[in-house]
Design a protein. Structure first.
Lengths: 375, 252
């Protein structure tokens, strides 16, 4: 009983801490545009927008165990949907968001069906083909998309009552959409659906035996993920006010995937860190080396993956774990926080249901990671 | 409750199951024994629709099991464990058990994303039920631990908890005590006996540990090369010449 109350206590404490963190983050995010120069605010806006795309990709890759090298194409589809609506039909900015989202959701659904039959490298190849083939298509459809010249559309304009500058208003709008998107993704993952998704990532056949409908969850994961990328693309059009096929080359898809891996796969705030990385590091490397920014960028990616193989989001845990293992054994408590447990920390919680002979269980070797059943 | 009638499975030129037939009465425990490669696990895979037989019929409470899609089997009240563990290594123990209850949940994608009140309620219920099961099986201490890295004996119990979370009426155990130490086998047998009583389960058990099978089961079916060579009470099976010849052997 005492363990239950203790668990409840930690649960409440955790909830309070989470609320406090969220409040703090909201306060910081709210103050930022008033302290930084317009260009820096613009950069932050771009970080937020990429975070939406990465959160979508995270649903698919990090939690769903599928892969996509074509998310730049969904991003482009969202961006073009918004641009075409603004350009030809002169709709308001806000009206473009649901259209881009729904359109990309359906596009993702259509893509998710063939993805059911493809795995790993094959799926990567097919999605990459989508990303490669979209820009030339956009150039061909000149009457609608403006061809190679692209489309220039109105950016978001602050309403008079707000009293904000253009960059500040844009920042707040994007912040609102991003926060909503991240919240939706978080809700999804912390539910029966998210568990099913992670279960089928870890062991598809066992998940199916538990009653998880593989086709449904895999296709919908693709659809959600494409929708997030499309929303990010729509925001891009709002912020930049210009789309062209060259903005959405297949390099964008690869950058998105790289950003996600660097930020931390299957982590809730990894997408934010990954977005910051892909936004800032290229410009930092430009400063470091005028001649070869690409080389510096590449080396930095290698460095991050070497220091933090679980991504930037996993870095604090790894550091804590390393510190804990250096400290004397008396402070063994943080061992559970360490992502890679030492063998000593492993067998401690093994208490057989009958207290007859706990030593027997302790002599068991620390179990290898559970394997999938082989036929 | 379960009636298997003449099922035949061929993998290429190999006949893994050849016209196997037996029935499982409600509340009974049936042991499936036989040498490696006799088709025991293949039979389990047919029962959970992971494998479609080339011929024969499987009826569960008068419903044709073979007409169901694989994901619907759990909802009918059939759960199983796996031979070499089929856990989700990166999920915590509690989450593993909650996935076990997947077939009883109703939350869809949209409702989950919006986190409607009924989603919260369902989450809380599933979580409470999972915690209850974990306490029952002595796993409360490791509830928040990822499934990977725990001792093998603990993981076996996690898998049992996950299967029970589906509230099955028929539980299929595929080699539940393989890899356990001598003392753990006894403990696990006691555990299975007590949950069988508490949850009113019908059991089908594949196991090589004869002490475990003979102590637990009311009826034993022996397979060899995909054929049923004997069926009967444990005492009967132990003396059956065909079983002794094919599987049990004689003391030297």
């Amino acid at each position: 009983m005492s363990t239950i109350t203790a668990a409840l206590g930690t649960d409440r404490a955790r909830r309070r801490r989470a609320a406090l963190t969220a409040l703090l983050a909201a306060a910081v995010a709210g103050c930022v545009p008033f302290y930084f120069a317009p260009f820096q605010v613009f950069q932050l806006t771009m970080v937020l927008l990429y975070a939406v795309a990465l959160a979508g990709l995270n649903l698919l890759v990090g939690f769903g165990g599928q892969i996509s090298l074509g998310h730049g194409a969904f991003f482009a589809a969202g961006a073009y949907a918004a641009a075409v609506m603004l350009d030809r039909y002169d709709t308001g900015h806000l009206a473009t968001l649901p259209v881009a989202a729904a359109g990309c959701f359906l596009l993702g659904l259509a893509f998710g069906v063939p993805a059911l039959r493809l795995r790993g490298l094959y799926l990567a190849l097919v999605t990459l083909a989508f990303a490669v083939f979209l820009p030339p298509l956009l150039k061909r459809l000149e009457p609608v998309t403006g061809g190679a010249m692209g489309l220039t559309v109105d950016k978001l304009q602050p309403p008079a009552w707000s009293g904000l500058a253009e960059d500040q208003w844009t920042y707040f709008v994007v912040l609102g959409v991003t926060a909503t998107a991240l919240l939706l993704a978080r809700n999804l993952l912390r539910s029966r659906v998210g568990r099913a998704l992670r279960a089928l990532r870890d062991n598809e056949s066992a998940a199916e035996v538990m009653g998880v409908r593989l086709s449904l969850h895999k296709t919908l994961a693709f659809a959600w993920s494409a929708m997030f990328a499309g929303v990010a693309g729509c925001l891009y059009t709002w912020v930049i006010g210009f789309v062209s096929p060259d903005s959405f080359s297949s390099v964008l898809s690869i950058t998105l995937l790289a950003g996600l891996v660097i930020g931390g796969l299957a982590s809730l705030y990894g997408p934010l860190l990954g977005a910051a990385f892909v936004m800032y590091v290229p410009s930092v490397s430009q400063d470091l080396s005028e001649a070869a920014p690409g080389v510096v960028f590449g080396l930095l990616i290698i460095a991050v993956m070497f220091v933090a193989p679980t991504g930037l989001a996993g870095l604090p845990g790894r550091v804590l774990g390393a510190v804990a293992s250096r400290l004397p054994r008396t402070t063994a408590a943080p061992a559970t926080a360490a992502p890679d447990r030492t063998p000593e920390a492993g067998p401690a919680p093994s208490t057989p249901s009958t207290p007859a002979d706990p030593a027997v269980a302790d002599t068991e070797p620390v179990g290898a990671p559970p394997r999938t059943e082989r036929e | 409750m379960l009636a298997v009638d003449g099922i035949t499975v061929r993998f290429g030129g190999i006949t893994a199951l050849d016209g196997v037939a037996f029935t499982v009465e409600p509340g009974s425990a049936v042991g499936l024994i036989g040498p490696n490669g006799a088709g025991k696990t293949t039979l389990f895979n047919c029962l959970t629709r992971r494998c479609t037989p080339d011929g024969g019929e499987v009826r569960f409470e008068d419903e044709d099991l073979l007409a169901l899609p694989p994901h619907a089997v759990a909802g009918r009240g059939i759960a199983r464990t796996f031979q070499n563990l089929g856990l989700f290594p990166r999920l915590t123990v509690r989450e593993n058990v909650m996935v076990g209850a997947h077939s009883r949940g109703r939350t869809g994608h949209l409702a989950a994303a919006l986190r409607l009140p009924r989603v919260r309620r369902e989450e809380r219920e599933l979580r409470d039920q999972a915690d209850h099961l974990l306490r029952r099986l002595g796993l409360a201490e490791v509830a928040d631990h990822p499934a990977s890295g725990l001792p093998f004996g603990t993981l076996k119990r996690v898998e049992l908890a996950r299967a029970l979370a589906a509230r099955p009426r028929l539980l299929l155990l595929d080699e539940p005590v393989n890899g356990l130490s001598h003392g753990e086998v006894g403990q696990f047998a006691d555990l299975v006996r007590s949950v069988r009583q508490d949850f009113d389960l019908t059991l089908v058990v594949v196991e090589h540990h004869m002490g475990f099978v003979m102590g637990l089961c009311d009826k034993v079916v022996c397979l060899d090369f995909g054929r049923k060579i004997a069926e009967g009470s444990p005492e009967h099976i132990q003396r059956d010449p065909a079983v002794v010849e094919a599987y049990l052997g004689v003391a030297a």
